[in-house]
Structure formats: C-alpha cells, structure tokens
Design a protein around this ligand. Structure first.
Ligand code: URA
Ligand code: SF4
Length: 200
C-alpha cells in the first residue's frame, strides 16, 4: 500500500521531469513535481514554481516557502507529514500568472497525484489552485477572497474530500492584513485536522 503509492508518485515525477506538453519546459532549470508523504491525509496545492523552486526542483523553498513552514507549524503540521504540489510543474517566466493552455496541459499530473495520494483534506493556496479544485468539485468560484477560510465538503475526482481554500502564502509577504488572514486560516485548519482525526 505505502510502497505502491510512492511508486506511482515517483513514476508521475519522472514523467513531469521529461514533459514538454507546454512551452514552459524550454526555460526550466528543473521541473517541480511536488513532494511529501505519499500517504499524507492533508495535501497542499500551490500555483507554480518560482525562482528558487526552479533552481532546486522542490516546491515552496523560497521566501513564500519559509512563510508556509511557519503556517504549517501554526496548524501543527510538519512538511514531512503532508504532500505539497502545484497546478503548474514548471516556472512561468518572470513568475507571470499561469496561462489557461498551460493549466490544461499540466493539471493531468496534479489529478494523478491526487488520485494516488487520496487525501482527506485539500488545502488550496491562492486563486489558481482554488479555481482548479472548485471546478473539479463543481463548486462555483467567485474569487479567493470570497472562497477562503471556509471548509467545503466536496467530491474531487471521485474522492470525498474536505477542501479548504486560503490565500497564497506570497500574499502574506507583502500585506500585513493578508498575513494575519493566513495565520487565522491555518489556525482553523489545525482545529479541523483535530476534528477529523487526521493529526499524526
Ligand atoms: N509558489 C507556489 O505557488 N508554488 C511554489 O512551489 C512556490 C511558490
Ligand atoms: Fe509539462 Fe507542466 Fe512543465 Fe508544461 S508546466 S512542460 S505541462 S510539466
């Protein structure tokens, strides 16, 4: 069970590293397939690799990643206990926003990761990942500001999951208000994890 999930995720990661399905492969130093515990009950979905993620091939290792570590601690979580993935696996030039065609080309990888991991709780970080998961779940999306900080019982790709949208951690780096909202959301997340019996 454990081994097969890890093997499936490794196979997906290998495909991602060789992928040329959209133009973003041309500028990448490293693709960022995502990483964490294959048996994680809680999965985080970000937007796309930035500068340092592209350099290292790992998700959330730049400034936003450092803040994410603080937020995870606020929720009583360690990085090693969760899985962290992104909507796009390669860095958009200059960290521009993902293009619709790139999202369409890349999200089959994220779908396969979700189906392999079978998380109980999916935390979406920011607009793009929330829009993507809400669409999969058939939940109307009216922007992250309205969606965030609430728990949605949903069916995503045939899996019963709780979806919890929050702001992208990068937003907390340029706005004290957003930083506070993120901290509050991750405290709510901690309570939910305890409530659902997902704490490890
Ligand atoms: N921002 C994201 O959305 N994902 C990362 O992996 C890093 C920064
Ligand atoms: Fe392939 Fe996704 Fe990278 Fe585009 S962003 S090349 S679809 S892995």
């Amino acid at each position: 069970m454990d081994l097969s999930k890890a093997a499936v995720l490794d196979a997906i990661a290998s495909e991602v590293r060789a992928c040329k399905k959209c133009g973003l492969w041309r500028n990448r130093k490293n693709a960022v397939p995502g990483e964490g515990d294959p048996n994680a009950k809680v999965m985080f979905v970000g937007e796309a690799p930035g500068y340092w993620e592209d350099v290292k091939g790992e998700p959330f290792v730049g400034a936003a990643g450092k803040f994410l570590d603080t937020l995870l601690a606020e929720a009583g979580l360690l990085r090693s206990q969760v899985f962290i993935g992104n909507v796009l696996k390669c860095r958009p030039p200059g960290n521009r926003e993902p293009a619709p065609a790139e999202i369409e080309a890349c999200t089959p990888f994220l779908e396969r990761q979700i189906m392999a991991i079978k998380p109980k709780l999916v935390v979406t970080l920011g607009n793009y990942s929330t829009a993507y998961i809400f669409t999969k779940a058939g939940i109307p999306f009216r922007g992250i500001t309205e969606a965030r900080g609430k728990f949605y019982q949903a069916n995503v790709l045939g899996l019963a999951v709780v979806v919890f949208p929050t702001l992208h951690p990068a937003a907390g780096l340029y706005s004290a208000k957003y930083k506070q909202l993120l901290i509050e959301d991750f405290r709510l997340l901690k309570a939910k994890i305890l409530d659902l019996g997902l704490a490890v």
